[in-house]
Structures are given as C-alpha cells and as structure tokens.
Design a protein around this ligand. Structure first.
Ligand code: XIL
Length: 316
C-alpha cells in the first residue's frame, strides 16, 4: 500500500506527518517507522518544545529534548512543526503564579517566544504560536495571559515569533474548531482582526481530536471558511478515539472517519497538510486523558497497521 506522505504529496499537499515524543525514541521499531519520510514527511514534538520544557525557570532555557526531535527531522529529511509558544497548559508555576503586571508579562511572552522560535530559526516549517485561546462557546479562555493582557497577548506572541524567524509560518491552533459553530466563528473573527491590524498570522491549526462516528459534517465547509480569510489551514493533531474495547465494527467506522477527514483536507486547496498525534496506539495520549477510550491512531500498539491506515490512503 501507498506510504502516507507519498499519498499526501500526490494529492498536492505539503506533507503527512506525525507527532512524536522523546521517551519513545528509545524504541527502535517505533523509530524505524517514524523515520521513513515516504510515510511521514513532517514531525511535531508532542511535549518537548512547550513552555515547561523550554523555560522551566525565568530566563533559563533548555533545548536538549527539543533539539533531539529537531535533529531527527533533519536527519530524516522531514519538515518540523513547532509546538508551542503560548498555551494555558504545561506552563511552569513561575508564569501562572507570578502575579506579573501587563508590562512584565508582555516582556516575558516576547522573551519566551523570541528565544524559543529564534533557537529553531530556519528549521521550522511552522509554529503553533498560540495554542487553544478559546473556550468552547467562542469566548477567550480566561488564562493568565488573557486575564493580564486581554487579547493583546496574541499579537505580542505573534510579533515576537515573526521577528525571531521570519520564514516560519505562524499559526493559531485549537480544538473543537473542526466543524462550523461558535468556536470556529470566534477563530474567524480573531484572524480577521489580526489581519486588519497587520499582525502576522499565516495559518489556522485544526487539532482534530475526534471521536469515532462523530466527524462533523461541516468539516470541509469550515476549512473553506478558514482559507477564505487568506491563511493556510493544517490538521495538526488528528486522532479518532473510540470507547474500548476496539471491535471490528468500530475499527471499520474509524477507517471511514479517517477517510472523511483526509478527503476534506484534500478537497480544500489551502489545507496544506495533516499531522496525526503520534502514529501508534502504543504512544497515544488518549487513554490517559479520556478514561475508557483509546485505539485512536492508524497503527495498533504492536505497530501493525489498522483499517484506518487504508482510510487515510483512500482519502487522499
Ligand atoms: C498532550 C501530549 O500528547 C501529552 O503527552 C501531554 O501529557 C499533554 O499534552 N492539545 C495539544 C497538545 O495542543 O499539546 C496536547 O498534547 C494534546 C491536546
């Protein structure tokens, strides 16, 4: 069967990719599949470029783990997506509990995004500069950044990232923006306002942590309304989970669902690529996050391809 990055490129996309994480890189059977650039033309670090990993205390930056992923991409000839600069999760307590005023927090964001993005200058296809800014009702998430700076924190982060690596595509990334609805409308309005204010913004990342049997019917239309804003779109964290145990029926539905998601991206020219949130159930974040659920990825925990794999190929 066709390797996935080969299939994506034949459909005119820039890549098909996977997230990965440092602990898994000691698993040689896992790394062998990950490193095949006909299968995965792009990788994303699942954790090691997040704030808690890169600036665990103020002004002290550590890139050892992030560099391991970046070096792997380079060795394999794969594109890299940076993930992420500013997010409410996996933030060190010095940020969340620092009680900084607006000027100080602004400078902390500028330093953080500028230093992290600058460290990888020239190596990144794109960066998720801002991750998960919205609540599900489309209001801004009341995190430390918004509560201190209002939505200005978003332009502060984007401007710092652009200055640090002018060639990286700058994204805002979120979940539950696959179909149309209040949260997707909020993303549209944010991107419009950033563009009107000449703030650099190049892409919208659609995470796509989905549930078997529940792919939104408005996915393709929604991707189109995003690209109509003059930005590119990428599916950045695709997985399609089910209530365990996996049955033949669920795996067959999952195959259809993967095909539906890939076909939607294929149909929209500004949807430039798809990344799955790791490729094997062995290392999926799903079972530890959503109790009783799992089997969300196209390879099973023994590194065997599932029906979902053929769904992806069929979707391209
Ligand atoms: C997840 C990682 O996969 C886990 O290992 C970690 O424990 C928690 O974060 N949305 C995102 C990702 O943007 O960064 C998250 O990654 C999954 C949800």
């Amino acid at each position: 069967t066709t390797p996935l990055n080969t299939a994506a490129k034949a459909a005119g996309k820039k890549y098909f990719g996977s997230a990965t994480d440092n602990p898994e890189l000691s698993d040689s059977a896992y790394v062998k599949i990950l490193s095949d650039s006909t299968m995965f033309g792009q990788i994303t670090p699942g954790n090691s470029m997040k704030w808690d990993a890169t600036e665990p205390s103020r002004g002290t930056f550590t890139f050892t783990q992030g560099d391991q992923i970046a070096n792997l991409a380079k060795a394999n000839g794969q594109l890299l997506r940076g993930h992420n600069c500013v997010w409410h999760n996996q933030l060190p307590s010095w940020v969340t509990s620092g009680n900084f005023n607006a000027a100080t927090l602004s400078s902390i964001i500028t330093t953080h995004c500028g230093t992290v993005v600058g460290h990888y200058k020239g190596q990144m296809y794109s960066w998720d500069v801002v991750n998960e800014p919205f609540n599900d009702d489309g209001t801004f998430r009341q995190d430390v950044f918004y509560n201190t700076l209002g939505q200005d924190y978003i332009s502060i982060a984007l401007n710092a990232a652009r200055a640090a690596d002018p060639n990286a595509k700058l994204y805002i990334n979120d979940y539950n923006i696959e179909g149309t609805g209040a949260k997707s409308t909020a993303m549209v309005n944010l991107v419009k306002s950033l563009k009107a204010a000449n703030v650099p913004i190049d892409g919208i990342g659609v995470q796509a942590h989905l549930i078997v049997g529940q792919v939104p019917s408005t996915l393709e239309a929604n991707l189109r309304q995003f690209t109509a804003l003059g930005v590119e779109v990428a599916i950045t964290e695709l997985d399609i989970r089910m209530t365990l145990p996996a049955t033949d029926a669920l795996l067959a539905q999952q195959k259809k669902d993967y095909q539906t998601v890939i076909a939607a991206c294929r149909a929209v020219s500004g949807c430039i690529g798809v990344t799955i949130w790791d490729y094997t159930d062995k290392y999926s974040w799903v079972p530890s996050t959503f109790s009783g659920q799992g089997a969300a990825l196209p390879w099973d925990a023994n590194l065997n391809k599932k029906p979902a794999y053929d769904g992806i190929v069929a979707g391209f």
